[in-house]
Design a binder for this molecule. Sequence first.
Ligand SMILES: Cc1ncc(COP(=O)(O)O)c(C=O)c1O
Length: 399
Amino acid sequence: MTFEPSTNMSVPNLATPRTPVPPSRLPKVGTTIFTVMSALATEHGAVNLGQGFPDFDGDPKLIDAVADAMRSGLNQYPPMAGVPALRQAVSDKIERLHGRRYDAGSEITITAGATQGILTAILAIVSPGDEVIVLEPCYDSYVPNIELAGGTVVRVALKAGSFRPDFDAIRAAVSSRTRAIIVNSPHNPSATIWRAADMATLAEILRPTDALLISDEVYEHMVFDGEPHASAAAHPELAARSFVVSSFGKTYHVTGWKVGTVVAPAPLTAEFRKVHQFNVFTVNTPMQHGLAAYMADPAPYLQLPAFYQRKRDLFRAGLASTRFRLLPSEGSYFQCVDYSAISSLPEEDFCRWLTAEVGVAAIPLAAFYDDKRNQGLARFCFAKRDETLNTALERLARI
Ligand SMILES: Cc1ncc(COP(=O)(O)O)c(C=O)c1O
């Protein structure tokens, strides 16, 4: 091949600049179904019961507390692990609710939402070759997080139909290479909860191992029908090997603020913070001060189960006269339905049809499985104003 010198060497040829594209770290990741369905909902003017966020605002007192913090000049970097007053408020709350005292100095870290907390925990503990067990269907960030850390994903399905943990399958999946298992209760998407007996069985399975538990408890205050929330923090043996992840966004109806917590015994928190400080370093200051002041009153989170149970009941009562079959909703702000009496379409096609033709957006359960299996199930989010739920119910009643 011959080299043709440019006629004018002083002018670089910028006509076709080349972008070098490295091999993708996450080749299987594309646009999520949540984005797709929300865009479709906007296009068709559909009621969006797809993506999991409230269509109402947080408490004005909380918003005022954040505004006060901003106006009083609390706008610079906070300490790396989080504002001490907020960490103390979290410590006090966990002790009151679950009887375990986490040290605010060495065991509690404020994160940029649960999402960053989970990624940071995984990056802190998973090395290439380590196995991490996920229970499918599962929240969509877990698998890419494990893959970014170079870990191997070990998938165990929750029981078909009931979404209860299959402890025989979990026991069979645990090996000497298991670094961690991720558990999520109340569960997105199935709306099931783990009870104290489930946590005891998990503890028994993990006892002979060095496996850690990442306990995703972002819906901790949305547990219905008088059931308590079975936190990993309440089980001494599990707490000793757990990162417990929580989200202020979910609890206080401010998902866009992206503030959460990760609590873990001091040696685990020390490793967590090594990653956290070079990942986000700190989380926004005024939100943390506002949340700390607001948490002095426990009423908002103590009243949350009743608040969402009423919405769940309103939504379920409306769906009862439709051809959807309701699955139990024990916790979270989700309601799953079986639509097989209405349609034999695969889940994604059914949800697209429901959004475009009926005007209500839902999420296919298949989106939460690696193999995108079809079970004729869809997930609705009922964290919406009553008017929104009633509009959706009127539309759903027509099919
Ligand atoms: C199970 C689960 N974990 C984590 C998150 C993320 O929480 P955050 O918004 O605090 O990052 C969500 C949000 O939908 C979730 O459903």
